[in-house]
Ligand binder design. Sequence first.
Ligand SMILES: Nc1nc2c(ncn2[C@@H]2O[C@H](COP(=O)(O)OP(=O)(O)O)[C@@H](O)[C@H]2O)c(=O)[nH]1
Ligand SMILES: [Mg+2]
Length: 358
Amino acid sequence: MDPLRRSPSPCLSSRPSSPSTPPCEMLGPVGIEAVLDQLKIKVMKMGFEFNIMVVGQSGLGKSTMVNTLFKSKVWKSNPPGLGVPTPQTLQLHSVTHVIEEKGVKLKLTVTDTPGFGDQINNDNCWDPILGYINEQYERYLQEEILITRQRHIPDTRVHCCVYFVPPTGHCLRPLDIEFLQRLCRTVNVVPVIARADSLTMEEREAFRRRIQQNLRTHCIDVYPQMCFDEDINDKILNSKLRERIPFAVVGADQEHLVNGRCVLGRKTKWGIIEVENMAHCEFPLLRDLLIRSHLQDLKDITHNVHYENYRVIRLNESHLLPRGPGWVNLAPASPGQLTTPRTFKACRGAHDDSDDEF
Ligand SMILES: Nc1nc2c(ncn2[C@@H]2O[C@H](COP(=O)(O)OP(=O)(O)O)[C@@H](O)[C@H]2O)c(=O)[nH]1
Ligand SMILES: [Mg+2]
């Protein structure tokens, strides 16, 4: 149906029913399905904002993965600055690119983080990362609580954090367990086995099973969280994903010619490891989860669960509770407050009034 054409509404034009006027249902469909077209037009105008963060120890290929994501076939974009050798990441750094496909605009931001775990004492090495994630919630909250607020609040909140597990082939290290436990309470986390080309296919599978076991033992609830499956279809789709997580990924930012095709891959003595070839690694699964299948769900859980937890705690800890219509005086949080781990509260669906626009 042409989305711009308004369907004639028999109910609007008809007078109140009387014995001589037939009821609405008898005049045929009202045209409710047109609301889908209206939504589509609105969403296409506004576009989507989506923010990803990569986290893990130094040297695991996080910065390379940022480039891989932008250069992979789905996104086919070359943001300025990519293509040059990846320098060591010394501070949190975001790359944003607007990708447009069939009239749909996606403003994708990937935040690269410095590696951690290089120090002799790695106590609290998660603080800068958790601090950044909470700072974005705080920013959103400060905008949201204004009496006169913007119609669209810019969304810098991290919707998904890709956590790089070193390819040891054994199990999760205590540092990863501690980090993941904290991270999962604050943000959606998708763990990946980094530099998977250093493991054989059998080693990858065995490592994946052990990591899954570790996650269960230590109550680390990574994305997609089972408790948020809404119906049987979610359950089926997400169960398959949970079987495959952590994905064994390989990152590359160089293109090579293979059988006349230009592919993104790593050149080795034995041949090219193609990052977008499922026979070589599971990067396509990660990319598809992030963009093709779960983008909106990741945003919804961020808004309805993680941000909601943050909001409730911040509003409760501010001693000045509402003193009349619209009154909230919320002092900005101190950095110490922002990194405090909080309990995970499932309140998905509580508030779903996010509006995307850029
Ligand atoms: N073998 C292999 N090397 C990789 C992979 N990804 C990145 N590298 C290399 O690992 C080194 C460190 O990568 P970088 O992206 O800077 O790691 P970061 O410190 O986690 O950001 C670079 O030489 C990359 O070319 C991968 O999947 N496999
Ligand atoms: Mg880096």
